[in-house]
Design a protein around this ligand. Structure first.
Ligand SMILES: Nc1nc2c(ncn2[C@@H]2O[C@H](COP(=O)(O)OP(=O)(O)OP(=O)(O)O)[C@@H](O)[C@H]2O)c(=O)[nH]1
Ligand SMILES: [Mg+2]
Length: 324
């Protein structure tokens, strides 16, 4: 099959709001990130802007259930919603897809809601690249609000934080000392905190988060993150949560901060690509992985020479670049 012809046809259907074409284009980019450039050429005249929300929290905190409720409420208000659900445990996205479909079953059939699940491993260009590309496809499709669900506070979540405008951090009752939140660095990333499963308690966690926020001077943005409580199975507290999301959105839009966030998003993308590309060039043309392996092996018995080795390595790379 001629891929370019295929892409042209798909993009035509995509512009006619065909969800299957959207789904196909996402799959194409996921499987071969180098097609993104060709695909995005077709979108140059589209100017829709989506608002991007991130929902993060520990495994089983209720992120998918909550995402489903938020999406349902916004969809009922006429908004087009695009969900990206990242499942770190599933080795194949098929599993993630099914599980989240069940939890989000109330919304997955809604005509205004599009759901995409992906495993956090196995993406050629990395998870943040896949997420970035899908958000661009969602924007081109005319989706109003994008919700990205990720688990925990690992590198992938910090990556996602750089790609969204409003970050919602979910906590649950009986998860041990709330001080863990601070240790995990999560207190710095939330624009909204939500203690979910309030039917099981959690007032103490909410109070502790408030106290931690009191200690964290946030003069940089002037936004004091609200702390909410929800029962996402029943839908209790979801309206409040949506109000706070919209308040934060308005807050960012009124100030220059949304522009800053957008810039940060592209800056992050540029730097990530730069590091990737430079690493590839160096490994391709200057030094191969076996040589790096040799240096690492040598260091096992000579650990204090690490910086000497690194200096030698950088000098070698520098000389080689100068010569070429
Ligand atoms: N009691 C109670 N259970 C809830 C609540 N919200 C979600 N759950 C349940 O918690 C379990 C996990 O919910 P999910 O929405 O799958 O949680 P998740 O954070 O998306 O999970 P992962 O994506 O696997 O990390 C499910 O059995 C939900 O029904 C709540 O407010 N109260
Ligand atoms: Mg989930």
């Amino acid at each position: 099959m001629n891929v370019n012809y295929d892409i042209e046809q798909l993009c035509k259907r995509f512009k006619e709001k065909d969800k299957i074409a959207l789904s196909r284009l996402i799959t194409l980019i996921e499987n071969d990130p180098s097609l993104a450039s060709e695909i995005f050429k077709h979108f140059n005249n589209l100017d829709n802007e989506s608002y991007i929300i991130g929902i993060t929290g520990s495994p089983g905190a209720g992120k998918s259930t909550l995402t489903g409720q938020v999406a349902k409420l916004l969809a009922e208000r006429g908004k087009g919603i695009g969900i990206i659900s990242i499942d770190p445990t599933s080795p194949f996205s098929g599993g993630a897809f099914l599980g989240d479909r069940i939890r989000m079953s109330k919304v997955s059939c809604h005509p205004n809601v599009f759901i995409r699940s992906m495993a956090s491993r196995g993406h050629g260009g990395g998870i943040s690249r896949a997420v970035f590309d899908i958000t661009l496809l969602y924007e081109a499709f005319g989706i109003d609000i994008i919700i990205i669900e990720t688990v925990g506070v690992g590198q992938a979540e910090l990556d996602i934080y750089n790609l969204v405008y409003t970050t919602i951090v979910i906590q649950v009752p009986n998860m041990g000392d709330a001080i863990q939140i601070q240790k995990a660095g999560i207190i710095e990333i939330g624009d909204i905190y939500d203690v979910n499963k309030k039917d099981l308690g959690g007032e103490d966690i909410a109070v502790q988060i408030e106290l931690m926020l009191d200690d964290t001077t946030n003069s940089q943005t002037g936004w004091r993150p609200p702390v909410l409580m929800t029962n996402s199975v029943k839908g209790d507290g979801i309206e409040d949560l949506v109000e706070k999301i919209l308040e934060h959105k308005e807050y960012l839009e009124r100030s220059e901060l949304l522009k800053d966030k957008k810039k940060k998003r592209y800056m992050y993308k540029i730097r990530e690509s730069l590091v990737d590309t430079i690493e590839n060039i160096i490994l391709d043309k200057i030094i191969n992985v076996d040589e790096l392996d040799n240096i690492a092996t040598k260091l096992i018995d000579n650990k204090f020479e690490i910086y000497q080795e690194l200096n030698d390595l950088f000098n070698h790379i520098h000389l080689k670049i100068k010569k070429d």
